[in-house]
Design a protein around this ligand. Structure first.
Ligand SMILES: Cc1cc2nc3c(=O)[nH]c(=O)nc-3n(C[C@H](O)[C@H](O)[C@H](O)COP(=O)(O)OP(=O)(O)OC[C@H]3O[C@@H](n4cnc5c(N)ncnc54)[C@H](O)[C@@H]3O)c2cc1C
Length: 488
């Protein structure tokens, strides 16, 4: 019997494979596509996933050739501009990277670490018992593993087979997207501007039109309109017709490189776990506005990876696997809330919509609301803990860093906390308090930091602080890492 079978080699399944392999498990990833997808879906990553890539030492690899990597000067929140310039300690980082390249890099890393990716393997059904889960594949073969994770996207068959509902709503607008080769014509935006159109979203009485570019020589155009046909292939003529309906005329967009259509959905799985089957990424949640799906999905994977690995090597404390849902579902709920709000802000037409967007533009000029929304985009503003099966003492009286992603403290010798997290192991960071643990899984690092936030921090493999302070380290190590030996 295998340890873990991951269904779906999209970004979330591949990220999970990397995290499991880093923790010493050799997962098998099954994907029905014979080849990796070349569909240009996401244009980048934003939020906590960028910090996590930094922890794993992957930022350089992922940002090579990127048109933008760093703290963004702004962000379009449902077409209300957020302006971050001047906001000190902005948590949010963006990394522009096309999804096919990101998937290639993740697959490369997963294989380097020892994961296996089998393409052309469609999963048809699953059945589980007390010991494991059996998958039936398209060629009638069966595979069996102790755990199965459905990272098989919004139409997840794993979710259906596990009997987990996916309630929510489907938008009544369709978005047609296209990438167009503009060749050497660098003046296309000037030409469009003289035509009365601006880069970004343009509103007309019949819908909205997006014009932007993220790489030299390629224009991205999008047409959003009500009542048009739903998902499906789009021909160049369909796209031209949509532009005409919304704008009332044709546009000289260039040679189409790729066209697609999508209908936004807002959905959240009723449960993230059914026995030995888990869901992550789009299989667990769909958000109706851009920018959050990969951040939430790939950080789901980081949360689940070390916990499954701990369960497989007998180091999971009672209830550890249940913390996957109790920690990650609230993150998706908050992401759903803010993306629903973005979708409405974007969609609301006429003077009412304009008034709401104007009001919020004014509100977001103040530091506190701006910081709040930046936090929502970064990690949903969720602190792990209170509703937690392991919550115990992690209530409001706990150190403020407990349940939060560890800050990237500057340590003695020019090191950073992120550099301690490369191996994906728990770290006891002793900043002068003399804390210690004797365990071959947990790295103990003794160092100094300017202005340390606590005497010591116990950091989980996914970068979250499990414990901070002076008292209670032994209990925290027992609860999170099933460490039975007393601290040395
Ligand atoms: C046009 C567009 C733009 C987007 N832009 C952004 C953006 O800028 N930022 C962002 O964060 N998100 C964006 N998204 C969303 C993002 O692409 C998805 O959230 C992301 O791909 C989800 O990753 P996943 O791994 O969960 O699922 P997927 O990427 O959907 O991967 C699922 C995989 O499972 C496989 N699979 C499915 N069923 C089976 C089966 N039965 N057996 C075996 N394999 C199976 C599929 O072949 C697929 O490879 C965008 C989406 C679209 C459509």
């Amino acid at each position: 019997m295998d340890d873990v079978l991951i269904v779906g080699a999209g970004p979330v399944g591949l990220m999970l494979a990397c995290e499991l392999a880093l923790a010493g498990v050799r997962p098998i990833v099954l994907d029905k596509r014979p080849e990796p997808s070349e569909l240009p879906r996401a244009n980048g990553l934003g939020g906590q996933i960028v910090d996590l890539l930094d922890h794993r030492g992957l930022l350089e690899r992922f940002s090579a050739g990127s048109p933008f990597a760093g703290r963004p000067p702004g962000f379009p929140f449902g077409s209300v501009p957020l302006r971050f310039a001047g906001l000190a300690d902005l948590p949010l980082r963006l990394l522009m990277i096309q999804q096919p390249r990101m998937e290639r890099l993740l697959a490369e890393r997963a294989e380097e670490l020892g994961a296996e990716i089998r393409r052309g393997c469609e999963v048809l059904s699953l059945a589980q018992d007390e010991e494991g889960v059996t998958l039936e594949l398209g060629d009638r073969r069966r595979m069996r593993a102790r755990y199965v994770v459905g990272c098989d996207g919004g139409r997840s068959g794993v979710r259906r087979e596990a009997g987990i509902g996916f309630p929510g709503t489907t938008d009544d607008e369709v978005l047609r997207l296209g990438h167009f080769a503009t060749g050497a014509d660098t003046g296309i935006f000037e030409a469009l501007e003289t035509d009365g159109l601006a880069p970004g979203w343009n509103r007309t009485p019949n819908g909205r039109l997006l014009l932007t570019s993220l790489q030299h020589g390629v224009l991205i155009a999008g047409v959003r309109e009500k009542g048009a046909p739903g998902d499906g292939p789009v021909t160049p003529e369909d796209f031209r017709a949509a532009v005409r309906r919304v704008l009332g005329r044709d546009l000289p967009l260039g040679e189409p490189l790729w066209l697609s259509s999508t209908v936004a959905q807002a959905r959240l799985a009723e449960r993230y776990r059914a026995g030995r089957v888990f869901l992550a990424g789009d299989a667990a949640h769909l958000f109706p506005a851009g920018g959050s799906a990969l951040n939430v999905g790939m950080t789901d994977a980081a949360n689940l990876g070390w916990k499954l690995a701990a369960a497989l090597r007998g180091r999971a404390s009672e209830g550890l696997l249940d913390t996957y849902e109790s920690e990650r579902r609230p993150v998706a709920e908050r992401a759903l809330m803010q993306t629903r709000a973005q979708a409405v802000l974007d969609r609301l037409e006429g003077e009412d919509g304009a008034a709401l967007r104007e009001l919020l533009t004014e509100v977001f000029a103040f530091e506190e609301p701006l910081r709040h929304v930046a936090g929502l985009l970064h990690d949903s503003g969720v602190r792990y803990g209170p509703a937690h099966p392991l919550a115990g003492r992690y209530g409001p009286e706990a150190h403020p860093l407990v349940g939060r992603f560890v800050p990237d403290l500057a340590l003695a010798g020019g090191r950073r906390v992120a550099e301690l997290m490369r191996e994906g192991r728990p770290v006891l960071l002793d900043l002068g308090g003399g804390a210690t643990l004797d365990d071959d899984w947990i790295d103990v690092v003794r160092t100094r930091a300017d202005d340390p936030p606590a005497d010591a921090l116990l950091i989980r493999p996914d970068g979250y602080v499990a414990w901070a302070g002076t008292d209670g380290l032994a209990e925290a190590a027992r609860e999170w890492f099933n460490l039975t030996a007393s601290p040395a």
